[in-house]
Design a protein around this ligand. Sequence first.
Ligand SMILES: [Zn+2]
Length: 202
Amino acid sequence: MPDARTHDIITIASAVVLAPLTQIAQVSALGIGPFDAWPNSAWLVIAHVISGVMFSPDLDLDSAIDNRWGIFFWIWRPYMWVVPHRSFWSHSLIFSPLLRMAYFYVVSLGIILGANWLLSQVGIVMPDYSRQLSRTISQVTADYPNASLAFVIGFCTGSAAHSIADWLVTSGKHILRSVGLQIKRDYRHHDRHMPRQRRASR
Ligand SMILES: [Zn+2]
């Protein structure tokens, strides 16, 4: 429940810490050579940042995050309506980022199929981009399994950094206190959502 800006800072700071840790873990624990390891580290960090900034767990409420999608903010409306705020569906450590990833994939396919259908109504026949997208994804994951896995792990850690921060400022305050950090602000009702129209008129 820290605000979007604080979450962004947490995302970037945790990415900076994760980069060397990922590299060290691959080289020392998995025995991967440093030059083979760094693309995986890079993908993990990129996915971590994308997940934290664009695919944030707070897409489950009308917030600063869906504004980042610009004219495509509506992509997340059905997700927002269905997924209860700060629930297991949006804020769990592994399941929720994978759900958002799957949701985005399905919606992208839907948009492509919808656009193809609309164009076909006016006599324009487009290549089957939806099948091409699916084929490209399975090809990339087959050709680059380690980098793909690193991307998925980074996508999960980016979301987890958010969920853990939310938890620390609410239920986990005592942990922060034990390391000398005091949270003075009451975050319990911090994420009251503000409807889009009201935000726009401010
Ligand atoms: Zn949150």
